[in-house]
Write a protein that binds this ligand. Structure first.
Ligand code: HEC
Ligand code: HEC
Ligand code: HEC
Ligand code: HEC
Ligand code: HEC
Ligand code: HEC
Ligand code: HEC
Length: 261
């Protein structure tokens, strides 16, 4: 028992260190090998059926999700369904204690490491220069994702008709409605922004005019550039389409159909 307590203390310290490193932008050499295993030390897996005994509603709803269908990488673990514990950490101590809040179980909304075990590319995004302020705790995975719900692209406890509605909640100014809406918005905010992070300012998926040229075919005869039926030959040399005083109303405009202001 004493040994277990010591192990727990060491582990807790470990987690804090990892978190400290994570948020201070150090590299991520210490990824967790077996999903969930190190999230709660001294505990063993209990299995999804055990969780369902007390968390019937969540367990039922969860059955429909993508995560419910995924397989654990560790073959030894595949005999029992350990998917709940992949995010919440092994639950035997939680179960023995009869459950409860903050009782030997991980709440991933406070601890994105639970998600990063498997989503290291998302973690890498959040370490880039421009990102949603997750490390500062101002935005969390659960503002945009519901891990138990049928639609993982809705925030917890909310129903959304489209994926972009999630962005609109916090960024009304860019969401319109506009008299002249940029039709690009219909393809979604993520056609121009990475939702997690980017090496480019404003989370843009591309930093220069190429962002726009993906959709606005550029017809060029030698020495001239035509976009949208207008000659842009001298303009494209001046900088990005939105930053050189041209299409500054990139999301939409109430006064100018060419998204000038
Ligand atoms: C013996 C009943 C019981 C079992 C079995 C059980 N839990 Fe719980 N659990 C509870 C209770 C009670 C709470 C507190 C709920 C509340 O206050 O609304 C809780 C809370 C939680 C929380 C919230 C923790 C927090 O800090 O907010 C999570 C996550 C959780 N359980 C996950 C699990 C998982 C995963 C399993 C299976 C490994 C499991 N539980 C098995 C009874 C149980
Ligand atoms: C993909 C990761 C993931 C998986 C898999 C997962 N959960 Fe969760 N769970 C979360 C997150 C994130 C939260 C916190 C949600 C929030 O902030 O409302 C949570 C919250 C909970 C809570 C607390 C709810 C409350 O009222 O605060 C319980 C209980 C729970 N999960 C049980 C389960 C059970 C049982 C399973 C398996 C059937 C499971 N979870 C599978 C990520 C997961
Ligand atoms: C044990 C590994 C594991 C953990 C832990 C995990 N995921 Fe996943 N997640 C997966 C797998 C596997 C997929 C399917 C990936 C694919 O299709 O590329 C997935 C898919 C997703 C998707 C995309 C769904 C889609 O339809 O494309 C989202 C969003 C997601 N996870 C969010 C989360 C969040 C948030 C957490 C933490 C609360 C989390 N995941 C924890 C393994 C995991
Ligand atoms: C600001 C909202 C937002 C936040 C915060 C957010 N996501 Fe996402 N996430 C999205 C959107 C939107 C997509 C769909 C991207 C697309 O359609 O191209 C997505 C896609 C994903 C995917 C699947 C595609 C991929 O990029 O691998 C995973 C996995 C994922 N998110 C995990 C997470 C995790 C883990 C966190 C927290 C650490 C998180 N997300 C935080 C909005 C968000
Ligand atoms: C929970 C609220 C919330 C949601 C949901 C959200 N954001 Fe954000 N977003 C923020 C915050 C906070 C910032 C940081 C703003 C700051 O630092 O002033 C931010 C910053 C940004 C920025 C960069 C702004 C800059 O000045 O660098 C872009 C672009 C952005 N979000 C796009 C999106 C998109 C696209 C979505 C949907 C996938 C989304 N956001 C969903 C809260 C949110
Ligand atoms: C056609 C590409 C495109 C689409 C689609 C798009 N954006 Fe943007 N967004 C941009 C560009 C370019 C900027 C940078 C503008 C600047 O720096 O003046 C930007 C800037 C932002 C900013 C930062 C604003 C500021 O003043 O710092 C936010 C927030 C944002 N967009 C949210 C969204 C949301 C929410 C959606 C979906 C409703 C969306 N964007 C769709 C291209 C786009
Ligand atoms: C996802 C595709 C997509 C992207 C990316 C995109 N657009 Fe558009 N844009 C459209 C569509 C569709 C229309 C409406 C049809 C048209 O006029 O070509 C449009 C219309 C416009 C118009 C109005 C055309 C007019 O009549 O004057 C301007 C200006 C414009 N876009 C500028 C930009 C700029 C600047 C960027 C880069 C920041 C950009 N677009 C990126 C799809 C896109």
């Amino acid at each position: 028992m004493k040994r277990m307590k010591t192990t727990f203390a060491c582990f807790a310290l470990g987690v804090l260190t990892v978190l400290a490193f994570l948020f201070s932008c150090a590299d991520q050499s210490s990824m967790l090998a077996s999903p969930g295993a190190r999230l709660v030390s001294g505990a063993d897996y209990a299995g999804r059926e055990t969780c369902a005994l007390c968390h019937a509603e969540i367990s039922k709803e969860f059955g429909q999700t993508l995560h419910a269908r995924m397989h654990m990488s560790d073959p030894e673990r595949q005999e029992r369904d350990l998917v709940c514990e992949a995010c919440h950490g092994p639950g035997s101590l939680h179960v023995e204690a009869g459950g409860g809040r903050d009782v030997s179980i991980v709440d991933p909304s406070d601890n994105p490491l639970a998600c990063f075990q498997c989503h290291s590319s998302v973690q890498a995004r959040f370490m880039q220069k421009f990102k949603h302020p997750l490390p500062q705790g101002r935005v969390g995975c659960m503002d945009c994702h519901d891990p138990h719900g049928r639609n993982i692209f809705s925030p917890v406890d909310r129903i959304m008709s489209s994926r972009d509605e999630v962005c609109r909640q916090c960024h009304q100014e860019q969401s319109g409605p506009y008299v002249f809406e940029h039709e690009a918005l219909r393809e979604g905010c993520t056609s121009c922004h990475n939702p997690h992070g980017s090496i480019n300012e404003k989370l843009l998926v591309q930093r220069d005019t190429n962002l726009c040229l993906r959709c606005h075919a550029q017809i060029a005869s030698p020495g001239s550039v035509l976009i949208g039926g207008f000659s842009h030959t001298s303009r494209v040399a001046q900088g990005a389409c939105w930053s050189s005083g041209c299409h500054t109303a990139v999301h939409g405009s109430n006064i100018n159909s060419h998204l000038r202001y």
